[in-house]
Write a protein that binds this ligand. Sequence first.
Ligand code: AN7
Length: 363
Amino acid sequence: MSGSSPTVANGQWRGLIEEYRDLIDLLPDDLEAVTLREGGTPLVHSEWLSSLTGGQVWLKVEGNNPTGSFKDRGMTTAMSLAKYEGAQAVVCASTGNTSASMAAYAAKAGLKPLVLVPEGKIAAGKMAQAVVHGAQIIMVRGNFDHCLTMAKELASNYPVALVNSVNPARLQGQKTAAFEICDFLGDAPDYHLLPVGNAGNISAYWMGYVQYAALGRSSRRPVMRGFQADGAAPLVTGVPFPDPETKATAIRIGNPASWQLAVAAASESGGRFAALSDPQILAAQVELAKHDGVFVEPASAAGIAGLLSELAAGESYAGKTVAITVTGHGLKDTATALESFSDIVDTVVDADVDAAAAAAGLI
Ligand code: AN7
């Protein structure tokens, strides 16, 4: 077949559609995957958080996906279906990562990507990804929620396929992260913590955990705890935020599309939502990088900040297995990361080893 990838069987990860095809709904048998070999991300043990909790804390490092965030999981399924169904163009609203992922997968699929983003609120790395992959970018004077409304209307009135997480193929792909965690640990964790914005990911993880338990591939389902930013915490307060605001721009969302599914995930699992301040989130980002060697973007540290704040409030995770998803790579938004280091001035010396040694305090 011309144009399709040659089949290889060398033991390497094939991408999540090929790895979990039987467990992913909505995919026709003859569907050819549009894949960048996403998924198969590392579950990294955190000695730091394990010793703080007295439990076993694992980080699902989703920044290791092809475009640097978990969005690639839902994009391989959504883009494969869009191509299969004959779409010529795809559209999404985004706080940055969905657009970066969509642009890359659209390039791979040969479709035209159209992106709607809130003006001035997208991290530079994500914007660069969308630009370089060839997306047409429309900046909207408004927030993500306005962009999503527009993307939905564009898709209903014009020949463009919507690939936001209201497209059910997205959550089907994203749920495979729960499968991977169970496969790696040999069972589901006791708790799963993660950041929540548009609320697709927590809904997808819960779907995956429920499916695995029903199949007997895991013996339990974790308690789901979702974390938002104080300035964009509709699932905590129970009402939409008309003007969401947070430095964690990825989760600057006031009216999540998967609101009901996320509430169901929390309540059916015995979990809950909580919110963190921007300083708590940014501090957790830096602590995680320093202790565990894992550099995540600000929004991705919300689950870490959540664990730390719960421990401070007297919550116990002793003896428990805890999975925390860190959703996107730190390199996407270096500007915000470096704001935490504004008082550190680089040391500049002449090209002289003694000067370097003296500056480093070695002599
Ligand atoms: C790094 O890209 O909504 O609760 O448009 O980029 O499933 O929305 C991004 C969301 C967490 C929240 N962490 O996940 C978008 C977008 C990162 C993110 C979330 C996002 P959901």
